[in-house]
Write a protein that binds this ligand. Sequence first.
Ligand SMILES: [Zn+2]
Length: 387
Amino acid sequence: MRSFFVASISAAGMVFAVPAGASDCAAPEHAIGLERIVEVDASGGPLFGALTKQQREPSFLREKEVILTFDDGPSPWVTPRILETLERHCTRATFFAVGKMAVAYPVIARDIIARGHTLGGHTWAHPRQLPKMSETRAQNEIERGFAALDAATGGGIAPFFRFTGLNDSAPLLGYLQERSIATFTVDVVSDDSFIADPAELTRLTLKRVEKRGGGILLFHDIKPATAKALPAILEGLKNRGFKVVHMRHRNALTARQELVANYRNKVAANLAKSPDTPRLMPFYGAISILREANAATPSGSRSALPVAVVSPAPRDRSVQKRKTKKKSSRPRPKPAAAEEVLPWKKKNALPGYEDTRRSHNAPKAASTTSWQYVGPQTAERAAPYLR
Ligand SMILES: [Zn+2]
């Protein structure tokens, strides 16, 4: 299913691991590749991205630059395919992973880092409205999410966070600032939570990116349509002259060790269960070799790409704490033009069509397996409306 390692057995019976990506990016001149690296210093607790009402930093992206981000994984049914596509297009992305998912699929979480991508946090169990929870519970969700990622990967997590449903609040941003964690909202939404047709997803994403001239793009690596559409989206971006910027972290994340300890046994059990484990186990050393291999960018050595360091001074978030409204602070995107009012945007207009962001964020989700994955059956039901 996936090709983390291409293993071969030598005459001596030794098994060698070869990073799968090494040969996948064979034609960097035809791929979108990477334009440059932006190293984000999270120590001041900055907030990036347009979709917020909170005080945010100016965009560090230039015209026609994009950052690819994937939320809600890692998932065995989508993430490996996305990783392979990114590898083939010689490019890199940032994954905002759900702690629970990373504990369930630690091999994939490790693969994300091993392939040179950036892995940040997106809470432990994806409650939809952190600002509506008590501050203690909301902070606990954030901390448990990072701790789970730390346990799942053995380290290397970026101090980068994305609020679930993009619902942020000044007090929680203040907390993230105390923890030296940078927060990212988005500039362009793909709406891949709603669109099951890869062609439509591609069309709409490219249209929105073009309209905005680039920015931080939001996808979900739990959506099969996203994996299917990604090659066409990357090709479309390249053809339109867009460049991908890779974000990496400057300072290390300090996960709460007492929380990390809670997840270690479960991670070990899931690693042992993984079908990849027999191939992975002999090469624990190979992960660090892979990391080194991927430290080099597809077009050559890492130093060949320009690196810009973004290091915003901390803002005074305490002033905003008093002004915080009860209501969600996320601004609604402007209503699209008449022909762009899509069926799944209209309430109850699409019988049987599920807002999967709602269903998989159901607070009662007790385990990863209870997450409602809405896949092909939804696509079938939605098909008449997507034409
Ligand atoms: Zn999410």
